[in-house]
Design a protein around this ligand. Structure first.
Ligand code: OGA
Ligand code: NI
Length: 346
């Protein structure tokens, strides 16, 4: 069991900020942004809202989806088929868990050299700046990969609600992958085929405590996701997610009952760079905690993935090698502020 203090406890008794959480902006971006990105203020992102009901029938909605993912790498989904009362239920489980006393939460602690379970940012090197967040990280799909010893039984409905939510995310991922393919005139199964039938879903229940010195820390350092598709249930009231576009940070607004969906590096590779896996980060609030649930849909790892054949032409040559994403490898890059996608480029 981890004896380290979680950020939640540090934040509750905080007179000064532990050194390892303090940002070093010049080291933050690796080669992903210019220096101006640091100083310019965050403005609200004009991220397209996509109506899932229209994706089947409306070519203009598909066009908007394409435009969203080629520019922002991200969109806000409405009419996605998950009832708002159920989203409330997911939020309630999350909140009840993080409100438990430390001893109770620690029953589900991550062990050393593992990623799953309850804990804080994984520290891979002494130099690494640690994120101002605690999390519960679980493989939630398929059923046989679930490691129940990390699944809270308090609150009592936690497991049941998370199972139901995960099964709904399976369908959302399929809808997104098919629509993305159709939006660039490809066979609708071409991304799904590469995704495979043994893809998995990992859930990250993020808890960002308030911090008296919000400008000195980051909830999550800049990164892109290693998934194919990430579905984020945002906090209902507290913003914090920011996306890097054209060297500037933009804040992602909260839209009630919408799911914020971004693509990850694996779709950037499969689409030969047409779709952008966005670099994003999380800032923290000085007074209020923030809670989000990220669901990472991750393709099969038995086979490598690569750009779809039909997208490689004389004018648009292949930009990425065929690659097998290993999560361990991905994290090693992410934790030192480097992008895994760079290692995929030809
Ligand atoms: C992530 C992520 C955003 C958020 O977990 O990869 O980007 O707002 N989360 O919590
Ligand atoms: Ni992310």
């Amino acid at each position: 069991m981890s004896m380290e203090k979680q950020v939640q406890e540090i934040a509750a008794n905080c007179n000064s900020l532990p050194e390892r959480y303090i940002r070093k902006p010049h080291e933050e971006y690796g080669h992903v942004a210019n220096n101006d990105a640091m100083s310019s203020p965050t403005t609200a992102a004009d991220i397209p809202v996509i109506d899932f009901n229209l994706l089947i029938s409306s070519s203009s909605e598909l066009e908007r989806l394409k435009s969203a993912i080629t520019t922002w790498g991200c969109f806000q989904a409405i009419n996605h088929g998950i009832e708002s009362s159920f989203l409330e239920k997911v939020r309630e489980m999350h909140k009840l868990f993080f409100s438990l006393p430390a001893e109770e939460k620690n029953k589900w602690s991550r062990e050393e050299n593992d990623t799953e379970g309850y804990g804080n940012d994984t520290v891979l090197s002494d130099q690494q700046i640690v994120d101002w967040t605690d999390r519960l990280y679980l493989t939630v799909f398929p059923q046989n990969l679930k490691r129940l010893r990390f699944w809270p039984q308090n609150p009592t409905q936690f497991r049941e609600v998370v199972d139901e939510y995960s099964s709904k995310i399976v369908s959302i991922n399929e809808v997104v992958l098919k629509a993305l393919a159709r939006s660039i005139n490809l066979d609708e199964n071409c991304f799904l085929d590469q995704y495979g039938t043994s893809g998995k879903i990992q859930a990250r229940f993020c808890y960002y405590p308030p911090c008296q010195w919000p400008e000195k820390v980051l909830g999550l350092k800049p990164h892109a996701d290693g998934s194919a598709v990430t579905v984020l249930l945002q906090d209902k009231e507290v913003e914090g997610l920011e996306i890097l576009k054209d060297g500037q940070w933009f804040g992602v607004p909260i839209i009630p009952d919408a799911l914020t969906i971004n693509i990850g590096d694996q779709i950037e590779v499969m689409s030969n760079g047409i779709f952008k896996s966005p670099v994003h980060r999380v800032s923290v609030n000085s007074k209020r905690e923030r809670m989000t649930v990220a669901m990472f849909c991750i393709p099969q790892t038995e086979k490598d993935i690569g750009p779809v054949e039909g997208l490689i032409t004389d004018e648009t040559p292949r930009l990425y090698k065929n690659v097998t994403f290993s999560l361990e490898f991905f994290f090693e890059y992410a934790q030192i502020g480097k992008r895994f996608i760079e290692a995929c480029k030809i």
